[in-house]
Design a protein. Sequence first.
Length: 269
Amino acid sequence: MAVGIFDSGLGGLTVLDVAQKRLPDVDFLYFADSAHAPYGVRDADNIYDLTHNAVHDLWARGCDLVILACNTASAAALRRMQEAGVPDGKRVLGVFVPLIEALTERQWGDNSPPREVEVQHVALFATPATVSSRAFQRELAFRAIGVDVEAQACGGVVDAIEDGDMILAEALVRSHVDALKRKMPTPQAAILGCTHYPLLSETFQQALGSEVKVYSQGDLVAESLADYLIRHPNMLGKGEGGFLTTGKPSVVSDRATQFLRRKINFEAA
Ligand code: DGL
């Protein structure tokens, strides 16, 4: 039995890591489409095709439930995949909704009309494709009114992380935070809207200042998945857990081991 976790590369490990701690009895099959990362500079049709192929691969390997632990894939492909129709007994879920429910102080599945919420000035850091999709703002508008969102497309950060160049990644984060602050000098909250960014959460927090509440998706998605599996215990799937990549397994394994600080062995997808 395994739940599928998908990302373009290593970012989804930030979700997997918390999910494994929260749900120690659940097996996870992680799929990193490293050969095609980063997704954030691709167009929506291309992201859809890549995501569609990876999710179908995970379904074929016995995962009934696949989590898109990738905001870029969630923004460009989730709604389209769901509208195109999902095979019987299979599900695919994204990472936006748990985050927006936390930001807007909603319980899971609260579908009441949008209302005013505590937070009014929100900084969104995400990939160029996620920012241009405006998917975050669309999902937020279903739940909250009067929230001003300033989005910063963080070009280069995912590439640097995938290359293991954390010095460059940190420098890019600082310059993207500066650029955001020129547009919105005093955000109350900041959303790390890319699952790679929690690997740099300290850099974001330092650059933003301690008064800004930084939201990242690991805990929120893991909690929402735990809740989902209690309500749908039949979605645990078949097959075994593990780590798959379309990239070079030895290189991807080394980086993953460095990020999670435990031995991770990727195999060729
Ligand atoms: N982790 C992906 C996300 O959450 C990164 C996308 C990319 O490959 O650019 O958006």
